[in-house]
Structures are given as C-alpha cells and as structure tokens.
Ligand binder design. Structure first.
Ligand code: AFP
Length: 322
C-alpha cells in the first residue's frame, strides 16, 4: 500500500510542506496513543479552565494542544500557530514558511463516552512581511490554504488530507507507525438521502433552513419525494468523515440566538479545512450566502454557518436561500 510520503510527492507538494505535515502527524500519533489509553492514563474529564470561546476545556483538549504546539514550534517550518485552545496567535520560528491553524481535539465531549474525536488542521503560506505574533497574517480566505485535513481517532486512526490535488484517506498502521493510503482520491456521491443537524436548535434556525429541513422530514409525501435518514456524531470530524465516505449533508447553520456568533463552527480550523477536503472530493461547502473558502476572516476565532456535503443536496438546500 502506498505511503503518505509518496502520495504527497506524487501530488507535487514541496519538500518543506511534506516535512511540516509529517511533523504535525507525529504529534497526532502521540495524541492517538494518549486517547487510546483513556481512563488508564487519567486523561479523561475536564480542567477547571475555559478557552477563549468560553468553553470548559477537557484535559485532552489541553494535552493535545500542548503536543501540537511543542512539536510545531520546534520544527522550524512554522512561523505562527492559531489554535482553538489559544486566545492569541502563538509565535514560532521567525523564518518559518507556514501558518498552521488547528482544533487540537474536535468533539472533546465525546471523550467521556469513548466516541469519535479528531484533530483538524489547515496550512497556509506565512507572508514575508509578518511578525510571528501578528494575527493579521491569518486573515486570509480559505482559498489560500496549501493543505488541510483531519486525523480521526476512532476504531482506526485515519487521516483525510488534501494538498489541492484530490482528497485522500489514509489509515494509521500502528504496527509500523505509518499512514498508509487506503482510500485514494475520494469522490463524494452527488446525491444522498442522509442529513446531519443538531435538531435541538431548530427554534433558533433561520427560515431557509427551517423550510429545507421541514421538506426533508416530509419524506415521500413532501416536495423532495424521498425519505431521508438522520445521523449526528456531535463531532464535526466524525460527521464529515461519514460524508466523505458515503455522502450526505451536514449543517451547522446561522441561528438567531446571538448576532455576535453567526454559527457555532470556527472558520480557520473547522469550516475552512473541511470545505477544502469536501471541494477536493467533488462536494460543496457554503455559508448559505457564499462559498466558505471565500469568506475573508475578520479575526482568528471567527465563526461561520456551515452547509457542506454532497453536491446536489447542498445545491438543493441553497435554493431555499434564493
Ligand atoms: P469542540 O471542538 O469544542 O469539542 O466542539 C465540537 C463541535 O464544535 C463540532 O465538532 C460539532 O459539530 C459541534 O461542536 C456539536 O455541538 P452540539 O452537539 O453542541 O451542537
């Protein structure tokens, strides 16, 4: 089976980017090991602190963030980091060529129930003018990403990644420690009968999503004339993995609760990397008003509405916004 290195070379990734990705994944392998030890290693449960988003941090959020931060800072390839678990940009090496944004442990509430969790990352060029502690360099649209992906810590540890030449999925061979290409050039089916949304927020959704979901629920008796199934992992990384494997539509839409929070998911280290993976696999990713990868960020922890997945179904959903 092909190794990650050869696939990245075949896709034309520059050497320094390959080395950076390998460094990042070394950190993810360590997270995978810590996660698999669970209660035996005392890594489950919450800390007493909150992150900048006001969410209580799990011990594994803090451990995973530290592992990635340490390994990337030491590497010399990275100029600065932005992380869900860091209030501000973390300066790294002044000559680093890249910026890395990550959610070190997405879906961390799932740690308590031994369910799916993962690390999500995106990589962009560091502008030469930037000082390593300057957040302005991170305010580039997602279309500027040079690589993005996630590592899913599930029954197998899997990596989904793109460097802009298709989306490939690899499985960690824990006997040798390498990621092997198990699902090359993923193509998301254009049609689907499966949707994902946190229905407990229904009363807050904006009207187009209310109308769209009502039509899905009406099944064969409604205007869509087919029955839909619903799935919700409560970790975006798990839901997007299912979409890449067999199609579907995932929504975390704009809701009316707090005008300061247009959606729950963060642009730089959740929405953008998943949008890049999805588009490279033939799917679509929108905020409802436009392509996610064209949103110009205003701050590093910015949130956006997310509608992502199988092409025809996302288009059907977007038609409710017209
Ligand atoms: P964390 O990164 O804080 O663990 O949050 C996970 C997440 O942002 C995303 O992965 C899920 O889709 C979403 O939250 C689920 O949240 P709710 O179940 O509260 O809607």
């Amino acid at each position: 089976m092909k190794r990650l290195n050869s696939q990245m070379q075949q896709d034309g990734a520059p050497l320094e980017l390959i080395l950076l990705i390998r460094t990042l994944l070394a950190g993810c392998k360590e997270i995978s090991f810590r996660v698999s030890q669970g209660a035996l290693a005392g890594v489950l449960g919450s800390t007493l602190s909150e992150n900048v988003q006001g969410e209580t941090q799990k011990k594994l959020d803090v451990i995973s963030n530290q592992i990635l931060k340490d390994i990337l800072k030491e590497s010399g390839y990275v100029k600065a980091i932005s992380s869900e678990e860091e209030d501000d940009v973390v300066p790294c090496h002044p000559d680093g060529k890249y910026l890395v944004s990550f959610d070190p442990l997405d879906g961390s509430s799932n740690t308590e129930i031994n369910s799916l969790i993962g690390t999500i990352f995106s990589i962009a060029h560091a502008p030469q003018w930037m000082e390593p502690d300057d957040p302005a360099a991170f305010l580039q649209p997602g279309s500027q990403m040079v690589a993005a992906g996630y590592v899913l810590y599930g029954p197998s540890t899997m990596l989904a990644m793109t460097t802009g030449k298709g989306t490939h999925i690899y499985t960690l061979d824990k006997t040798h420690g390498g990621f092997l290409l198990t699902h090359p050039n993923i193509q998301v089916p254009e049609q689907t009968a499966e949707f994902s949304i946190n229905a407990s927020n229904q009363r807050h959704w904006e009207q187009p999503i209310q109308n769209y979901v009502a039509d899905l629920l009406a099944g064969t008796e409604g205007p869509r004339e087919k029955n839909y199934n619903m799935r919700w992992v409560a970790a975006m990384v798990g839901d997007i993995h299912r979409l890449l494997c067999r199609g579907g539509i995932f929504m975390y839409p704009y809701d009316k609760r707090d005008p300061g929070k247009p959606g729950k998911l963060r642009l730089l280290y959740e929405a953008n990397p998943m949008a890049f993976l999805m588009e490279q696999a033939g799917g679509l990713a929108s905020t409802g008003e436009g392509r996610i990868m064209e949103v110009m960020p205003e701050e590093i922890h910015q949130r956006v509405p997310v509608i992502i997945g199988s092409k025809d179904e996302v288009e059907a959903c977007l038609s409710y916004y017209d």
